[in-house]
Each structure stands twice: as C-alpha cells, then as structure tokens.
Ligand binder design. Structure first.
Ligand SMILES: Nc1ncnc2c1ncn2[C@@H]1O[C@H](COP(=O)(O)OP(=O)(O)OP(=O)(O)O)[C@@H](O)[C@H]1O
Ligand SMILES: [Mg+2]
Length: 519
C-alpha cells in the first residue's frame, strides 16, 4: 500500500472527529443543567461555544475535564468510544487540557511551580530539578510572548498575566485538545492577540480547541465553527462564516436585544461628586511597579466616566488609591465638595465611595452563603437593623434576582452553585443596594453575557440618573463607548486624554492608550 502523503493524511484525520459527545445529560440539585447535548470537535479546529450565563457551557467542559460525570450520554475521544473520564488526572493523561473559568492557581507559589504543579521534573535522586523546571517554564512563557520570570511568586503578577500562566500550564501538558473557558475575561487586546497566535499555532499541529467567550467579536476572529447552548439545550452548530453576531444573540437569548444604553452629556455645571487632584505616587516606588502621576479627574453627579487603558496603564491602581486600598504620596480626594482623608477602604466607604473589584473572589462574595445573605451583607455595616429584617432582605434580593435575571430557582441558593456570570450579578446587586455617592466599578461585566451586559449598563445608567457619580473601568472598548458619558484614557500611570462621548472612537482611545507621547 502506498503511504499517504501529508495532505492526504491531514484530510483523512480532519474527517474523523477528535471528540464526539452524544446526548449528554447532567443534573444538579434542582437544575437540569444539560439536556441531551451533542457536541463535536475536529482535530485542528477551533469550535466556539456560546450561550447566556448559566446555559451549561462550563458544566459541559467540566465533564470533559473529568470533574463531573454525565448522568447519561456517550463520549468518544481520540477513537475511544464509550469513554469514561474518571478524574482530572485521567483527562490529562488522555491529552485533554483546560483553562478553567475560575483561576486555579496558587498565589504564594512561583510561576514555574504553578505551571508544573504536581508534575515537577525530578532529578535522579528524586529532588525537583529546578534547572529544568525554570527552563521549561521560560520556554512555555516565551511561546506566549510573555516576559515573566518563572521564579516570581504568582501573587506579584497582574491578573492578566496570571491568566496567561493558566494558559501556559494547560499548554505544558502537550494536549490533543485544549479547552479555554473564557480565557480573555481579563486580557487586553494585545494579550488576546498573542493568545490567538498560540491558538493558531496549535491548530496547525492538529490540536482541537474549544473556545468559550462572551465576546462575540472574538468568535468571528478565531473560530471555525460555533455552537449555541441555551438552558442546557444545544440550539445549533454553524460555520462562523455562515452566521453573524445578530443571529448568535437571537439563538442565545431567544429574543432581540431591546436596550441600548445611551450616553449623554452631563451639564458642565453639575456639581462634582468626586474630584481627584494631583494624585501621585512616590518617585521612589520600586521598579516594575506602576507609578501614578498627577492624576486630575472629576466625575459629576449623574455622570458616568469611563476609564480606558491597557493592562499596566494604572487604571486599577487609580481605583484602589481612590478607594483607600493603595497608598499614594501626594494628592487630594474630594467627595461632594468636601476634602476627605482616605487611607483605608473603611474611610472611603464612610465618605460614600463604593468599589467593585474585577475579581469575584476578591469581591467579598461569601460562596457558602445564600444569594440573599450575600446581597444583604452589603448593608450590614451601615444599617444595624438590616441584619434582623430577614424578610426585607429576601424581598430585596428577590427583586435583584428578577431584575438581573440571576439564574437560580430562589435567593436561598448558595452562591457557589451559581455560574460565573451569575455570581458577578450578585456582586453588582450588593453595590446597587448600598447606593453610594461615588461608585467605582472595575470590569463590571467580565464574564457576563450580552443580554445581562446591557442590563448592567442600564442599571449603571439608572444609578447615575439618580445622582450617583459612576466611574467604569473597562478593558473592553465597546463597553467604554457604550456607557461612558465621558472617557478618560490612561497610559503609564497618567491620564493621557479625555474625550466627550460624541468625539470618542475606538481608534482615538487606542492611540491615547498605546503611544508614548512624552518620551
Ligand atoms: N456544582 C453545582 N451545583 C449546583 N448547580 C450547578 C453547579 N454547577 C453549575 N450549576 C448550575 O448549572 C447551570 C449551568 O451552569 P454553568 O456554570 O455550566 O453555566 P455557564 O454556561 O458556564 O455560565 P457562565 O457564562 O455564567 O459561566 C446553572 O444553572 C448553574 O447554576
Ligand atoms: Mg461558565
């Protein structure tokens, strides 16, 4: 028999599915999370999976990762029919790698130890071979265009860098199939580009990739096919070339999107609810840390100021400084015309400043408590009676559950059983309930599906209309343009420009965010 040439072999391989899931069911107490789902993946294919929060995307992936067992249905992977994936280690040995939606790394361990957690290369006498550990890690990180010292403790990395370490960890397994469950949630455009380069490289090596994202524009950039899940049911699979965002949204939410948050110009004489004057860090800040310099900004009552900037621009540091969670050397913070001394978050809260951090786990969610208790916990400090009024707490929580479409049968549900996006909605409810004078929200819709995103933007608008000054920090330019009445752009610890909404475009923002004007 003639040996197949490379192209013929590739064609043949492409015709055989790498993965076939048939009739997959999964129940959780009170939730039928997957209702007979079919899903295929070919070698070298990027197959996107989209759907609203709670649609069942992560659950389907956790079955492939060996975390959950399906209640019914069959699975074929790499020509092995009726496969049972017993646990995560088994999945790894089959060549299945996953970047989880929630981070799974150890903050105190080094980058390299995280990448090779539990699988560190050993030398002949059984000790960890650090030379090899660091060398391999450096190679993997370089492959992702990352200049990170693998000996650094993970905790010293930015959120986005940590996310890329997750990717490096998955790649270290030499996988046949790579699952990315919202990998770009915290990545900037530049980092997303390098992730896409890696994905394309893996594709040419025949690795099959399942890609979950709420950012539909990414799907059209990277995916060959896209499947839509809704309420645990597969709505259909299409080549991306034969569909469009509107159709996907319709399949995801089952209706047209109605709301469009309209930014508007707030009168220049509206009183400033928040004023930051000359906020600066010490020049002696250790190298590698972002130094805030001469930050002046105003957010008027009733206004939404969007702050754009790349990772490392200082947008997070600025939010933390205003919230009293990061010391600064010089500068003033004024709330409603009164200068406030803020060096601790408690002082910021007392001054009427609220802050919603980008990471749910840091956002003081009590995972083992109910939705109702979590939402109610925001008021504990300020209202003594709140704790006792369980009924009032439950009705308020119920109001948020309905308004934000928190996918849970009741507010008595534990937060840990919610999907990622639904947990985020609980965090948002908490702050909406506190109703501060100034609310700083950092990546408010990370991991939130399109319909709820619009819902959150509408809520932020309502909050502003009620007189709150809202500052929205976001790495998503469409979001910045959708909610900001005014847009401030940061780069290298400075504000490089401010644009009224009417004049702002993605190009102008990117220019202010990317280029070194002074130096
Ligand atoms: N461990 C669990 N216990 C109980 N219910 C769960 C558990 N994990 C998921 N669920 C429920 O199963 C459903 C599907 O959740 P899943 O996390 O798969 O959604 P998702 O599509 O990944 O959503 P998101 O976009 O928000 O990440 C949701 O209703 C969720 O509340
Ligand atoms: Mg999920």
């Amino acid at each position: 028999m003639q040996p197949l040439n490379a192209t013929a072999a590739a064609t043949l391989a492409a015709r055989t599915n790498l993965l076939e899931m048939r009739g997959i069911h999964k129940h959780f107490p009170g939730v039928h999370a997957l209702k007979g789902v079919d899903f295929d993946l070919m070698p070298g294919e990027v197959h996107a999976l989209v759907g609203e929060n709670g649609a069942g995307k992560s659950t389907l992936m956790l079955i492939l990762a060996g975390v959950y067992q399906p209640d019914a249905g069959t699975l074929t992977f790499d020509q092995q029919p009726n496969l049972v994936i017993h646990n995560e280690r088994h999945a790894q040995s089959l060549g299945i790698a996953i970047v989880y939606q929630e981070r799974s790394l150890f903050a105190q361990m080094s980058v390299a130890e995280n990448i090779f957690a539990g699988r560190q290369p050993l030398n002949r006498v059984g000790n960890i071979n650090y030379g090899m550990l660091y060398g391999e890690s450096r190679r993997l990180l370089a492959g992702l265009d990352l200049d990170i010292d693998p000996r650094k403790p993970l905790i010293e990395l930015s959120f986005a860098q940590q996310q890329m370490v997750e990717v490096a960890k998955a790649l270290s397994l030499n996988a046949r199939m790579l699952i990315l469950d919202e990998p770009t949630g915290s990545l900037t455009n530049i980092e997303t580009e390098s992730l896409f380069r890696v994905i394309r490289r893996l594709q040419t090596q025949g690795v099959g990739i399942i890609y979950i994202s709420h950012r539909l524009e990414e799907i059209f950039q990277i995916a060959d096919r896209v499947s839509v899940l809704k309420d645990g049911e597969m709505q259909g699979t299409k080549p991306t070339a034969q569909t469009n965002p509107q159709e996907l949204v319709r399949l995801m939410v089952g209706r047209e999107m109605l709301y469009d948050a309209k930014p508007r110009a707030v009168p220049a004489d509206a009183p400033a609810a928040l004023r930051v004057v000359g906020l600066s860090d010490s020049a002696k800040l250790p190298a590698g840390q972002i130094r805030l310099q001469d930050i002046d900004l105003t957010v008027r009552a009733g206004e939404i100021l969007a702050v754009a900037g790349l990772e490392g621009s200082g947008r997070n540091e600025l939010a933390l400084a205003i919230f009293g969670a990061r010391p600064f050397e010089r500068g003033e913070i004024w709330v409603d015309g009164v200068r406030r001394h803020i060096t601790l978050p408690q002082q910021a809260i007392a001054a009427g400043i609220g802050y919603l951090p980008p990471d749910r786990k840091e956002a003081s969610l009590f995972l083992e408590m109910s939705i109702s208790n979590n939402i109610g916990s925001a008021r504990l400090g300020s209202f003594g009676e709140w704790w006792w009024s369980e009924r009032k707490r439950d009705t308020t929580a119920e109001m948020f559950r309905q308004k934000l479409h928190i996918a849970a049968p009741s507010v008595a549900r534990l937060v840990q059983t919610l999907s990622g996006g639904n947990q985020q909605k609980v965090v948002i409810s908490k702050w909406l309930l506190v109703n501060p004078r100034v609310l700083i929200v950092n990546e408010p819709t990370r991991g939130i599906d399109v319909s709820v995103k619009a819902e959150v933007h509408k809520l932020l608008r309502e909050l502003a209309d009620a007189g709150t000054a809202v500052m929205v920090i976001s790495s998503e330019l469409p979001e910045v343009l959708a909610v900001g009445d005014r847009i401030a752009v940061m780069r290298a610890g400075r504000i490089t420009g401010e644009l009224p909404r009417a004049e702002a475009t993605e190009e102008k923002i990117m220019t202010l965010a990317s280029f070194d004007i002074q130096n």
